[in-house]
Design a protein around this ligand. Structure first.
Ligand code: 2PG
Ligand code: MG
Length: 440
């Protein structure tokens, strides 16, 4: 089924923070007169890595400068050059868009414009083949048996750039290692989320649906972290689960956000150097069932990353995840692998801007023994694409926020559909990753 310039149209839509984003719609009619429609939305980050592909915004005063009319217009330019490509030619289409853009970070057309087309093309191909999206993506990835449901890392307490509560760590997540299947992981996760909501007296929610506790003004940065982790453990135990055994904890420090001139600021008065930060994590791991640390160091602090990796990987079995560090970029990730940084990669399609490059990063990770965590952004939409991506690639872990607010829950519900409906219909037995990705 071939693309025509009229088949691809982009529109400005809105994300979960009420900010403009791009949606691309592909409409085609196949030889039998069957109409195919495929929409794809792009998400948007708040704590971005400096080397992410560029998200093109209009600037100016309208929409606080965040309009995407330029990116929407650029999709028309893309549509012209994609005429004649077959929807199943994902790699050739992605390469054509990369060439048309011509820059290293997709700054001419915008990664938001390019990604929306890339994802819509994949969805159109799945529609055309009349298979669930994960099934088609598995074909692209050369995974014959896409039946692994990932372990969710649910973000229950928000801080950093996603909240306004003086908690420097951005995300405190629960990891549903002890569930028997995804359905049970959701039961456990939502129960703990509910319990935590009752246990935290004064709180709003942050960008990813996790609670944003309000601390005593006198609490320093370290106390805020300790109190939050203690709250999580309490909520796990009050829900009748064993902290560590049934449910573990993962952190996303997003440390680039509180790093300045070689020091990490836990609050305005307390700062640590890289070695101090590694020691601080050691303390947290001793005290709480933390099994994964994402962006524990700032993206520019390579010596810190080395120390963090060397300190915890191996016998300790702690997962060290690079997000801002690798920005889902095959070249940057390659250099990180060569330098022995981290042992897991966070995968966000909009950090790089095409599906093919995203799949490449996942392949590289698997080839080099890195764990893969597929991730949402803090600004999300109703598009559940990443759920399909996670199953298609046997990723093993998904990070998509709290089990609350529909832009997050839509992904969780999609996994439930895959586990309960799609896999059985394809005569594949669902398998839940659980503890598998964690050597603990
Ligand atoms: C992160 C993400 C998603 P943002 O840092 O991992 O949780 O946040 O989308 O703001 O970069
Ligand atoms: Mg992160």
């Amino acid at each position: 089924m071939r693309l025509t310039p009229e088949a691809i149209t982009a529109y400005q839509r809105f994300d979960s923070r009420g900010r403009p984003t791009v949606m691309t719609r592909i409409e085609l009619t196949d030889n039998n007169g069957r109409r195919i429609t495929a929409n794809a939305f792009v998400p948007s980050g708040a704590s971005k890595g400096s080397r992410e592909a560029l998200e093109l915004r209009d600037g100016g005063r309208t929409y606080h400068g965040l309009g995407v009319s330029k990116a929407v217009k650029n999709v028309s330019e893309i549509a012209q050059v994609l005429a004649g490509f077959t929807v199943t030619d994902q790699e050739a289409i992605d390469q054509r868009m990369i060439d048309l853009d011509g820059t290293e970070n997709k700054s001419r057309l915008g990664a938001n414009a390019i990604l929306s087309v890339s994802l819509a093309v994949a969805r159109a191909a799945a529609e055309y083949q009349q298979v669930p999206l994960f099934n088609y993506l598995a074909e692209l990835y050369h995974e014959p048996n896409p039946n692994l449901l990932p372990t969710p890392l649910m973000n229950l307490i928000n801080g950093g750039a996603h909240a306004d509560n003086g908690l420097v760590l951005q995300e405190l997540m629960i990891v549903l290692v002890g569930a028997a299947n995804f359905t049970e992981a959701m039961k456990m996760g939502t129960e703990v989320y509910g319990t935590l909501g009752k246990a935290i007296k004064a709180s709003g929610v942050g960008d990813e649906g996790g609670y944003s506790p309000i601390f005593q003004p006198s609490a320093n940065g370290r106390e805020r972290i300790y109190n939050s982790l203690a709250l999580l453990v309490k909520a796990i135990e009050l829900s009748d689960y064993k902290a560590g055994k049934d449910i573990a904890i993962a952190l996303d420090s997003a440390a680039s956000e509180f790093y300045q001139d070689g020091r990490y600021y836990l609050d305005s008065k307390t700062s640590l150097d890289s070695a101090g930060m590694v020691e601080f994590y050691r303390e947290l791991i001793r005290e709480f069932p933390v099994i994964s640390i994402e962006d524990g160091m700032a993206e520019g602090d390579e010596a810190g990353w080395k120390a963090l990796t060397n300190g915890f990987v191996g016998g300790r079995g702690i997962q060290i995840v690079g997000d801002d560090l690798f920005v889902t970029n095959p070249l940057i990730f390659q250099r990180g692998i060569e330098r022995g940084l981290a042992n897991a990669v966070l995968v966000k399609p909009n950090q790089i801007g095409t599906l093919s490059e995203t799949l490449k990063v996942i392949r590289m990770a698997k080839a080099h023994g890195y764990n893969v965590v597929i991730s949402h952004r803090s600004g999300e939409t109703e598009d559940p694409f990443i759920a399909h991506l996670a199953v298609a690639t046997d990723a093993g872990q998904i990070k998509t926020g709290a089990p609350a607010r529909s832009e997050r829950v839509v992904k969780y519900n999609e996994f439930l559909d895959i586990e309960q409906i799609h896999l059985p219909r394809l005569e594949l037995t669902p398998y839940y990753a659980g503890r598998l990705p964690f050597k603990v």
